[in-house]
Design a protein around this ligand. Structure first.
Ligand code: C2E
Ligand code: CA
Ligand code: CA
Length: 385
């Protein structure tokens, strides 16, 4: 991200360099305050800043979305008056240009150049705005619109589908449950994975009807297995991913209760997977909703544990039943001692807090044996399915 303050020169010229310097310092403070630990904020010179955002993922569309959100936050923090020196509060804004590793270039010099070009485009288009490096952006906007439009009819046209990944109990090696994972069979583009579609569904609000469909469909499928499949009787749980946007709806809990009642599944056989992003909301409301679900008998798991900010101590305040260790930690347990220690620690702490643990992304026998040795109860992963 290339960032340039709008009209900085006139601040310098009219209020003096000292005030200009203070404004830059305050800008840097605000920028670092909203970036994450793993990001880098640098001043390149003058009033130009470069921000390096790590870990936006490999899908260009979702990376662009995330970068755009951060840019919005930057515009927001810089829109508040700056009280620097003895002068009147100064109002400023910024122009931001963005280029993406991978889709724009792999080369650092190119990326800087492209972000700079995009920044000039932002200035030209009226300042206080964000632009992506152009050639790519046209493509993304087109693709996004195309997907969003198609998504409006996907449920009705029967294009959505659920894949079920088994959850295995490590001690008995038995399938005890399954997680429903969404797929979209697009008539022209083929199979679309959730990483490409969930963020669009969230921003357009379509995640709400889609999420309801997922819940109904997976509960119905679960009952079908129980009734008609010889081994279905042994399965205890169906896990359903719920987006923060869905969870945030006022009537979310009522909807869940209605679907469970309507399909006839036992609430204790339903597990809702939540991510940390929903905890950012007002904690009281979040806890209240979670408690209502728990009282109804539904299980709640914390998905992707370890990737966000919440600590286990924090987690203790929330009525989770299960914790899912993110696959990024499992991936390296055999090679990275830090990750191995981390997983061991999570397992120990989970036991103290009386939480079930599912290790995600288990791909090798070695990983399986590691988890078995450390008393992890369940796993999911390509090792099995
Ligand atoms: P998640 O909840 O962490 O789901 C697990 C993802 O890891 C799935 O990707 C699964 O295919 C993949 N996976 C499973 N085992 C392995 C393994 O051994 N190695 C590796 N490398 N990957 C493995 P998928 O299906 O592409 O889903 C991606 C994400 O999309 C999910 O992550 C979940 O956050 C979201 N998602 C999927 N379905 C839904 C849905 O119905 N609603 C909502 N809101 N989000 C969904
Ligand atoms: Ca999940
Ligand atoms: Ca997960």
């Amino acid at each position: 991200m290339f960032l340039d303050l709008d009209h900085f020169k006139s601040v310098n010229d009219s209020l003096g360099h000292h005030i200009g310097d203070l404004l830059l310092i305050e800008t840097a403070t605000r920028l670092t305050s909203i970036c994450r630990e793993e990001d880098t904020v640098a001043r390149l010179g003058g009033d130009e800043f470069v921000i390096l955002l790590n870990e936006l993922g490999t899908d260009p569309l979702s990376a662009a979305n995330k970068a755009e959100k951060i840019a919005e936050k930057i515009h927001e923090v810089l829109s508040h008056p700056f009280n620097v020196g003895q002068s009147e509060p100064i109002m400023t804004s910024s122009s931001i240009g963005i280029s993406l590793v991978g889709s724009d270039s792999q080369n650092a010099d190119d990326l800087l150049k492209y972000a700079d070009t995009a920044m000039y485009q932002a200035k030209k288009e009226g300042r206080n705005t964000t632009r992506f490096y152009q050639t790519q952006m046209d493509e993304w906007i087109k693709k996004r619109l195309f997907l969003e439009n198609g998504m409006r009819h996907a449920i009705k046209n029967g294009e959505l589908e659920l894949y079920y990944q088994p959850v295995i109990e490590i001690k008995t090696k038995k399938i005890i449950g399954a997680e429903a994972l969404l797929r979209w069979n697009h008539p022209e583009m083929g199979l679309i994975m959730p990483d490409e579609m969930i963020s669009i569904a969230e921003e357009s609000g379509l995640i709400v009807p889609i999420g309801e469909w997922v819940m109904k469909q997976s509960c119905t499928q679960f009952i079908e297995w129980k009734k008609h499949h010889p081994k279905g009787g042994e399965i205890e749980r169906i896990a359903i991913n719920v987006s923060a946007i869905q969870f945030r709806q006022n009537n979310f809990v009522d909807k869940v209760i209605a679907i469970v009642t309507e399909t006839g599944i036992l609430p204790s056989m339903v597990e809702i997977e939540l991510t940390e992003s929903m905890i950012i909301d007002k904690l009281d409301t979040v806890i209240e909703k979670m408690q209502r679900l728990r009282e109804f008998g539904i299980n709640l798991s914390m998905d992707d544990f370890g990737t966000g900010y919440s600590s286990l101590a924090y987690l203790k305040r929330l009525p989770f039943t299960t914790l899912k260790i993110d696959r990024s930690f499992i991936r390296d347990i055999m090679s990275d001692t830090d990750d191995a220690v981390l997983v061991e620690t999570i397992l120990t702490m989970a036991k103290i807090f009386d939480l079930d643990v599912i290790a995600e992304g288990v791909e090798t026998v070695e990983q399986f044996e590691f988890l078995e040795r450390h008393d992890c109860r369940y796993f999911q992963g390509y090792l099995c399915s």
